[in-house]
Design a protein around this ligand. Structure first.
Ligand code: DAK
Length: 257
């Protein structure tokens, strides 16, 4: 099994599980991952997803170089489409995704983490887009998402050199939100996920949709979309419950409708 799906409702963990290859992503892993992301997207009981790597060495050491080496251009296109579809499915999923990066996140591994909404790192995390050192450009969105996550000049330097970035540098450039000792990483990710999951589930989904839409379509379109989603929230019981609970000085009980 190259990808494990573990349900801890209201959370789910997706674990890249091919430690003997440092969780390198081959076609089989990508297909399994895509199916799991789609399954979770349809499951309203799951409010937040944590994506991490099995073992203590890697999140994912990239696309599987052994599989890629002899690909024809047409096969390379199909492989890029599959990797991009996985990253897009994470962005389009209703749940926020937290990448818990516990070691190498190289190439496609870094690109997967970039597609997540939030990145947490262990002290051992190492990020890079080393594609140019292999004679290829990034193929799963690194050239597009890295400059949207860190300043474009920093992204350019990392993309053109393939240089590796350790956890502290990743924190400094805004590539990750926080760095924790390796043994604490998953629990810290769960804590953050539970904090998100305690909020109104519809509100969190609408907020992710608004953030993603605005990043892709610009401020004016994003604001128009935001106000529609805001108005939509007033058709839900959760809006009444959240506001009444505040006025009545009690904790809200959100039902997700
Ligand atoms: N693919 C396949 N196998 C990998 C791998 C990878 N990316 N990374 C590691 N492995 C394998 C190693 O070959 C080794 O296998 P055995 O020799 O034991 O059979 C095993 O995992 C353990 O790795 P090492 O022995 O090398 O461990 P070290 O601690 O010495 O080094 C390392 C760890 C992560 C620094 C090193 O393994 C390494 O440099 N790995 C390659 C990292 C890398 O360059 N990753 C980026 C891959 S490129 C596109 C589609 C996709 C992409 C781009 C374009 N299109 C179709 C357009 C994406 C590209 C990438 O992700």
């Amino acid at each position: 099994m190259s990808v494990r799906l573990e349900r801890e409702e209201p959370l789910a963990l997706l674990v890249l599980d091919r430690p003997e290859r440092l969780n390198a992503l081959d076609t089989g892993s990508l297909r399994t991952l895509l199916a799991a992301i789609r399954e979770l997207a349809a499951d309203e009981r799951i409010r937040v997803v944590i994506l991490t790597g099995a073992g203590d060495r890697a999140f994912a050491a990239g696309a599987d170089i052994g599989e890629m080496v002899e690909k024809s251009p047409a096969e390379a296109l199909a492989f890029a489409e599959l990797g991009q579809a996985v990253c897009r499915a994470i962005e389009e999923a209703p749940q926020p995704y937290i990448a818990a990066v516990n070691g190498y996140a190289l190439g496609g591994g870094c690109e997967l983490a970039l597609a997540c909404d939030i990145r947490l790192a262990s002290e051992r995390a190492v990020f890079a887009q080393p594609e140019v050192t292999l004679g290829i450009p990034p193929g799963w969105g690194g050239s597009q998402r890295l400059p949207r996550v860190v300043p474009p000049g920093i992204a350019g330097e990392l993309l053109y050199t393939g240089r590796r970035v350790g956890a502290q540098e990743a924190l400094r450039i805004g590539l990750v939100n926080a760095v924790y000792p390796a043994e604490e990483l998953l629990e810290r990710a769960r804590e953050l996920a539970r904090q998100i999951a305690a909020n109104g589930p519809i509100a969190v989904r609408l907020t992710k949709a608004a953030v993603r839409f605005g990043l892709e379509h610009g401020l004016e379109a994003g604001l128009a979309y935001e106000r529609q989603l805001f108005a939509h929230a007033f058709t839900t019981g959760d809006q009444r419950e959240g506001m009444r609970a505040f006025l009545e000085k009690r904790r809200p009980t959100f039902l997700g409708r």
